[in-house]
Design a protein around this ligand. Sequence first.
Ligand code: MLT
Length: 398
Amino acid sequence: MAIMNENYCNLKESYLFSQIAAKVSTYVKENPDKKVIRMGIGDVTLPLAPVVVAAMEKAVQEMGVKETFRGYGPEQGYDFVHTALVKYYANHGVTLETSEIFISDGAKSDCGNITDIFSDDNIILVPDPVYPVYVDTNIMRGRKIVYVKGSPENNFLPMPDYTIKADVIYLCSPNNPTGAAYTKPQLEEWVAYALKNDAVILYDAAYEAFVTNSDIPRSIYVVEDAKKCAIELCSLSKTAGFTGTRCGYTVVPHQLKRKAGNGTMMELNKMWLRRQTTKFNGVPYIIQRGAEAAFSEQGVKECGEILEFYRENARIMMATLDKIGIKYFGGIYSPYIWMQCPNGMGSWEFFDYLLEKLAIVGTPGAGFGDMGEGYLRLTAFGSREGTIEAMERMEKSL
Ligand code: MLT
């Protein structure tokens, strides 16, 4: 008899964004005349940058010609993307080696897959509220999860608690869902805590490209010694509009090593390479050429204009919330606005109110953890017209 992974019994019935999609789809079916404005899942709406499209088109042509056709590529990605990323990081003050970068189909997959190289006996530390993938993927492995609380008092930026001895620490900055971003001194405290506990930080930098202020780190590696305790996961989904195209990367520094029970030093970079070469066949060549273009000088410029469009949406949203007098976090270094639900409403209650009365889709804060109760997340990834209309609807009725 096949014995199933019974840890799945401990998961919620469905993944947060699937649950919301199902609710929205029922609403749309029952209200075909309503113009629904989607500000729920953080999905981009603007097309890929021209330089990215041109690079992909060229790659498609190459694949149709015998001399330039390519079959399997290196599982960890082509060196041309690694080289483009080394330059991109150097522009933000971080030195990496090409062999420290692994190209993947996105940060969500890597977030789940990276759990393969850690024992199930680890204690996992997760901030609450949090991107549900960190929690769900560890529940799937039956691991013990402990939480540090984000709240208005700490601006949703929980700091290390030395009474907790954690082994693997998830951090996301700029944060999904709250939009809050750690400063360098705050990240230094997390690195010190990780080094003291011999822990490993899994640092999700998926929203780094939204940072415009040099005081806010775009990578954890600006912190001294972070390479001894941190893996960085990142994605082109938000940086370059690749939510549908799929490409991300994970940085595993060579300095990151931990002792095995028998005393052997285990290099996490080698372990991840072993894992990826065994279980993954790499990202399509065409997509990697697009990624290379996204990190070129022209790509950063074109993608930057797209990001600026979303930032302006966020500014419009923040101005409306200021006008109505609703407290919120985020929106500055992030496409997410984490708003307090009005009139003491609960997260799901306000989600239903917005959907049923105003035909606006948000994401209930409680879906990101207990500390998210009483909040709702809105994204700035919509069209300008949709964003303005949603704000008008909210201003009239909240
Ligand atoms: C979100 O809405 O939180 C993100 O789009 C989810 C993701 O990136 O997987």
